[in-house]
Design a protein around this ligand. Structure first.
Ligand code: ADE
Length: 424
């Protein structure tokens, strides 16, 4: 049907497979489906132009369907050049009427030209994962910023960028920090990243975790998730962390904690999740054991100093197992294997987080978009928290769909909590 919609996707013949995967993911997204049904009746986004810059996956497709059911006129582009599922992108255009601009492996120019297309849509609401769309609306595409009533941000890295813009006094419109909602980061960042990162490593390399030394760099919610899953699979996990409280927490969670200079000599698999630059640097690569596997699951491909590794290597063999594994032969004769060019291993080598966790993240996204539209013109220009009641609504609904009941406070317990009088 919608083949004539404006779009740039790899191949429309992939659409039937994409549709099957979108509908499969939908089975595991009951909270989003409930919101979708309400949106269909109430049309809270009617007539609103929305531009979304997200990983183009089956789960994102179901968010797009929900936003369209709410009446939005939607454009979707990729938030990472390597995370697009081309079959899903084709089906989004062909079967679900979403104007989609995303091709897996697109080069930098195409990536940014797709973001520019999303800006030219003249959105009043934007949804971002990493803040590349908002950044364009503040730089080369700033002529389109005036229409924006609010932007939702999906990821920790994006929130850092946006808070920096707020602090510098340059932010042009309100932002809702979807990542900071409890029903987002406690589950998506921890269990989603935990599982999908290990999944990406295994799919790319066939790595056995049991009995291996795995170095997790960064002990935020994502790092906690990966460290816990690797431990569960029988790895000895080493955590590198610069924040003393988090480092102490990692230690008491049962992990070895040490600086990268020491961990570099011990690890067999390295996974970075810090949101910072060059956390594995030239000297660390040089100190690694023969055969070490190195990858990144943080948002941007800056965590591994790959330009330095390229200079250090005497030979580089690309695609030595599949296209996602590159071998760097060092002057010592040791080989270091880097996955997915240092880009998000969970999306480049696997399928990203499972649908049942994205259910909550994208429920918060959809409800935040509705909140932003309801409060158009009322939100101040800063980074806002998601209202707490949206978090409890999503948690309650998720529990219900899982068939789990919980207790309620009795009137006596409520009174007790509210009073300061009762003591020993
Ligand atoms: N981020 C991590 N996993 C994802 C997924 N499956 N879909 C969209 N964004 C994601």
């Amino acid at each position: 049907m919608a083949k004539t919609l404006p779009s740039d996707v790899k191949d429309f013949s992939l659409a039937p497979q994409g549709k099957r995967r979108i509908l499969w993911a939908d089975r595991d997204m009951p909270v989003l489906a409930e919101i979708h049904r309400r949106f269909e009746k109430e049309l809270p986004l009617r007539g609103r132009k929305i531009s979304a810059c997200l990983h183009v996956t089956a789960e994102t497709a179901n968010l797009c369907r929900c936003l369209r059911a709410g009446g939005a006129d939607l454009v979707l582009c990729a938030s990472n050049p390597l995370s697009t599922q081309d079959d899903v992108a084709a089906s989004l255009v062909k079967d679900f009427g979403v104007k989609t601009f995303a091709i897996r492996g697109e080069n930098r120019d195409t990536y940014y030209s797709h973001i520019q297309t999303a800006c030219k849509h003249e959105p009043s609401v934007t949804i971002d994962d990493g803040a590349d769309l908002v950044n364009s609306l503040h730089t080369d595409m700033s002529r389109y910023a005036g229409n924006v009533i609010a932007s939702m941000e999906e990821t920790t890295t994006g929130i850092h960028r946006l808070r920096a813009m707020e602090a510098a006094g340059v932010l042009k419109f309100p932002v809702v920090a979807v990542n900071d909602a409890q029903c987002k980061h406690l589950f998506d960042n921890r269990y989603g990243t935990g599982q999908s990162t290990i999944d990406g490593v295994i799919r790319a390399t066939d790595f056995l975790l049991a009995g291996k030394k795995v170095v997790v760099v960064g002990y935020g919610w994502c790092g906690r998730g990966v460290a816990t899953r690797a431990k569960g699979q029988g790895s000895t996990v080493i955590v590198c962390e610069v924040n003393p409280v988090r480092a102490l927490e990692a230690c008491m969670d049962g992990f070895l904690v040490m600086p990268m200079s020491q961990a570099a000599r011990e690890g067999e698999l390295f996974i970075t999740l810090t949101g910072d630059i060059n956390v594995i640097d030239r000297a660390h690569f040089a100190a690694m054991k023969q055969g070490a596997i190195v990858c990144n699951s943080g948002h941007f491909n800056v965590e591994l100093n790959l330009p330095a590794l390229e200079k250090l290597a005497k030979k580089i063999n690309r695609g030595v197992r599949g296209p996602m594994v590159d071998e760097f032969v060092l002057p010592s004769g040791n080989s270091i294997y880097v996955l997915a060019e240092g880009r998000l291993v969970n999306l480049a080598c696997a399928e990203g987080h499972p649908a049942s966790v994205m259910d909550m993240s994208f429920a918060i996204q959809a409800l935040s978009a509705e909140y932003a539209v309801k409060n158009a013109g009322k939100l101040s220009v800063k980074v806002h928290d998601v209202p707490a009641e949206l978090d409890s609504y999503v948690a309650r609904l998720k529990l219900k769909t899982m068939g789990i009941k919980i207790d309620k406070l009795t009137p006596e317990q409520k009174k007790y909590l509210a009073s300061s009088e009762m003591g020993t």
